[in-house]
Design a protein around this ligand. Structure first.
Ligand SMILES: [Zn+2]
Length: 96
């Protein structure tokens, strides 16, 4: 017999709370965070989100600005975001 309900992936932990649309948005974001990201500097798949909009490569230490929840900006708000010198000079404080 077929299941009459299905769990909603990573946002299944919320159960029926908060509403479908916002749960979908959270799911989209969280699955993006778990996905592997490629470094624009060394092409290694070692980029992690350090903070909102701050991305760091664990291999070459490259720190760059990107979207809040993904390393590239995907919205229509397209401004050229060159990697800042300040961010690159900051040593990987959280690395150790
Ligand atoms: Zn890198």
């Amino acid at each position: 017999m077929a299941r009459r309900t299905r769990q909603a992936g990573v946002v299944g932990r919320f159960g029926p709370r908060y509403g479908v649309r916002i749960r979908r948005r959270v799911q989209e974001i969280e699955e993006g965070l778990r996905r592997r990201q490629t470094c624009p500097n060394c092409q290694a798949v070692a980029v992690k989100r350090r903070a909102s909009g701050v991305w760091a490569c664990r291999r070459c230490g490259h720190v760059f600005a990107g979207g809040a929840y993904r390393p590239v900006i995907t919205t229509s708000f397209k401004r050229e975001l060159a990697p800042t010198k300040e961010a690159a000079e900051e040593p990987g404080a959280k690395e150790a």
